[in-house]
Design a protein around this ligand. Structure first.
Ligand SMILES: [Zn+2]
Ligand SMILES: [Zn+2]
Length: 146
């Protein structure tokens, strides 16, 4: 995991460079995404921002997240059966591990990732631009509750 303060600074710089305003609500969204505890959904971010900014609307949060996605400062994880989740700590493609019970998402360490890229490229002759690698399982906490 990248130091949340480092990521926050990077996001702020990126937004400013592109001429976007930094409202207090927007800052709150950035802070949550920079720390990325469990890859929140827009709804989860909204619930947390609302604590300090009760007047915030879900649309405002959605707009901020979409803007961050557009400038490459947040990675969107789309799910067909669930709401999308976001990683602002590591805004580039990386493997994820998803608990099918509580829907918690963590970033597992996958040492052989670059070899995997090479293998896929070599066996298909594709030029690999990106990847999406999801593991599904049951987290230790949910295992205890079984
Ligand atoms: Zn779980
Ligand atoms: Zn992640």
């Amino acid at each position: 995991m990248v130091e949340p303060q480092t990521r926050l600074d990077e996001m702020i710089t990126s937004l400013k460079e592109q001429g976007h305003r930094l409202t207090p609500q927007r800052m709150a969204v950035l802070k949550i995404l920079a720390a990325d505890e469990g890859h929140p959904s827009v709804e989860q971010i909204y619930e947390r921002v609302k604590v300090d900014f009760p007047m915030t609307s879900l649309a405002t949060i959605y707009k901020t997240v979409t803007l961050l996605k557009e400038i490459g400062e947040v990675l969107e994880l789309g799910f067909s059966d669930d709401s999308n989740r976001y990683d602002g700590n590591k805004p580039y493609p990386h493997p994820h591990l998803i608990c099918i019970k509580c829907k918690n998402i963590v970033d597992p360490q996958v040492a052989a990732l670059s070899e995997l890229h090479q293998e896929v490229a070599q066996s298909t002759n594709y030029r690999i631009l990106s990847h999406r690698l999801d593991f599904f399982g049951i987290c230790p906490q949910c295992q205890e509750e079984e």
